[in-house]
Design a protein around this ligand. Structure first.
Ligand SMILES: [Zn+2]
Length: 269
């Protein structure tokens, strides 16, 4: 959390800020996942927000002069538009003050988020990412060939951002159910047909979640403070012991490398 659909939801909700100039930056908490680079962050002041992009779970604020502000929301981060008169809230760590007085405020209770400013080609984080799960580069054939390289569980491979960017624990569980595949199955045993089904399931699940405004667990809200609704549509995630929506059998939970994995023992093979 937040995964691809939540970051995409934040990105879309911030569209009213495109064209605004960053007049000032205030930082209240320098210690996030990595310390915030004071000098780099100051370099965004005076620049205009030209575009908002997303790659995997990263939000890229494209600024004038080819500068970029890169944000990762860790476990619990959000970026919201606050009116000029709004008070600072608990866990607000930094804000971009826009020319018209509005502010873009980063809130992150667990502080696993990341903020970085500089030239796009200098970002180490993005260089290591695989193709975005909704991009044209992420094809069924790419997924098949990637899975063939690993003997570990399929779900663990889906969570590896170097293989495919944007998928976290919720959407990996949900897509594997839609594809009828068990999370713990060794990745390299998947056939081409399995990989094609999984690819389609990932695209569908992520698109449905974006349409629902993301999933509001861990108190997720978009840039305007609106919650998402996809948590009401979970097929298996966090439903241990509840009946499978297809066959009625109780959903099981197992732990794979420290993460809860949910599946139907009858529908997933
Ligand atoms: Zn079932």
């Amino acid at each position: 959390m937040p995964e691809l659909p939540e970051v995409e939801t934040i990105r879309r909700s911030l569209a009213p800020c495109i064209g605004a100039t960053i007049a000032a930056v205030d930082v209240w908490q320098w210690q996030l996942r990595k310390p915030v680079d004071r000098r780099a962050l100051r370099s965004v002041v005076g620049r205009r927000i030209d575009q908002l992009l997303r790659r995997g779970k990263y939000l890229l604020v494209g600024l004038s002069d080819e500068q970029v502000l890169l944000l990762h929301f860790g476990m619990s981060g959000t970026l919201r538009i606050a009116p000029p008169e709004a008070q600072r809230e608990e866990h607000d760590h930094l804000q971009l003050v826009l020319g018209d007085g509005r502010r873009l405020v980063l809130n992150d209770p667990r502080r696993f988020g990341l903020v970085w400013a500089g030239k796009l080609e200098e970002t180490e984080e993005l260089a290591q990412l695989g193709p975005d799960a909704l991009s044209d580069d992420f094809t069924p054939e790419y997924l098949y060939r990637s899975l063939r390289r690993f003997s570990r569980a399929i779900k663990n491979v889906l969570l590896d951002q170097r293989v495919v960017a944007g998928i976290g624990n919720i959407y990996a569980n949900e897509a594997l159910f839609v594809a009828g595949l068990r999370p713990g199955r060794p990745a390299r045993r998947l056939t081409r047909a399995d990989a094609a089904r999984l690819h389609a399931a990932l695209r569908t699940t992520l698109s449905e979640a974006i349409a629902a405004g993301g999933s509001s667990i861990a108190d997720f809200h978009d840039g305007n403070g609106r919650p998402g609704y996809f948590q009401l549509c979970f097929r298996v995630y966090d439903r241990e012991g509840e009946p499978c929506i297809t066959c009625g059998r109780a959903i099981r939970r197992v732990i794979l490398t420290g993460r809860s994995s949910f599946f139907c023992p009858r529908c997933q093979h």
